[in-house]
Design a protein around this ligand. Structure first.
Ligand code: NAD
Length: 268
């Protein structure tokens, strides 16, 4: 049995795929998994050799990119951390392609390459907090594929205004995670999400720029922005056997911000 007393060896013997491993939260998560005894296969569109045990360059924004990537990846993986993502300053269609459509398609293609008992963790966001108000748009996107993105965002007014493209992808990702609570239960494959508040990575200034006064208000309430090392251990925990009965959950890691919003919404 793994020694979980201080976390050392918690992921021993596991090989975990981390997308977005070249930067920010993905990079930190790769390092954390390795420190806990795991082996990391990293994926990114940017070079990340030296950060992970094996690196496979890939692009999650197109079907062809995902297909080529999947073909290059090994079988028998014990975990999949879907961390690659784009901020709301990227074109809206690309944000939807990478953060939602590509992530879902990639995950579905990877199921056969996962070992029984594997864990999947999706990096959502505090930006997905408002999903109950977006159920109509989320339902409409259930079968969205790469070819339909332009028409979908035009029909639903999903632009970068106020960060909507980004918020929508994270809302839909939280819901998709819940919906797949038992999809692969017969193989013991679990899926969960982690929702950070603002984290100091290269994309934080993009959020601040897009969100304007909303972001400034959050900064006044928060004690500090998050750091990648606030998030990575939670992903690692969800990858471990210690989390084996957690399924379809969305874990906020936000310094209390989602609790603050909930209390405010309910007058508490
Ligand atoms: N930083 C924050 O404040 C924050 C808050 C909540 C959630 N998140 C989420 O955390 C995840 C990681 O964000 P981060 O802050 O570390 O950003 P980051 O920009 O530092 O890292 C994102 C990584 O994803 C990779 N990537 C982007 N598009 C790709 C593609 N098409 N194919 C392959 N790789 C691609 C980038 O090359 C980069 O290495 C994202 O999903 C983001 O939405 C971030």
């Amino acid at each position: 049995m793994a020694d979980t007393g201080n976390g050392a060896g918690m992921l021993a013997g596991r090989t975990i795929l981390v997308t977005g491993c070249a930067s920010g939260i993905g990079r930190e998560t790769a390092g954390t998994i390795r420190r806990l005894g795991g082996r990391v296969v990293g994926v990114d569109r940017n070079e990340a050799t030296g950060i992970v045990d094996d690196f496979v360059r890939g692009d999650l924004s197109t079907r062809e990119g995902v297909d080529a990537l999947v073909a290059a990846l090994p079988h028998g993986l014990n975990g999949l951390a879907n961390i690659a993502g784009l901020p709301p300053t990227a074109p809206a269609a690309e944000v939807v392609a990478v953060n939602l459509v590509g992530l879902k398609y990639f995950t579905e293609q990877m199921i056969d390459r996962l070992a029984d008992g594997a864990a999947i963790v999706n990096l959502a966001s505090l930006a997905g907090f408002g999903w109950p108000q977006a159920v109509g748009q989320i339902r409409a996107a259930a079968e969205l594929d790469f070819d339909g993105i332009d028409a979908f965002i035009a029909a639903h007014g999903i632009t970068n205004e106020g960060g909507r493209s980004y918020f929508f992808t994270k809302e839909a990702l939280v819901v998709w995670t819940m919906q797949n609570r038992w999809t692969w239960r017969d193989r013991g494959i679990r899926m969960n999400a982690v929702s950070p508040g603002p984290v100091e990575t290269p994309i934080l200034p993009d959020f601040m720029k897009t969100l304007g006064e909303r972001a400034a208000e959050n900064r006044r309430v928060m004690d500090r922005p998050g750091r990648p090392d606030d998030i990575a251990p939670v992903v690692a925990f969800l990858m471990s056997d210690m989390a084996k009965w957690i399924r379809g959950a969305n874990i906020p890691v936000d310094g209390g911000m989602s609790a603050h919003f909930l209390c405010g919404m309910h007058g508490l």
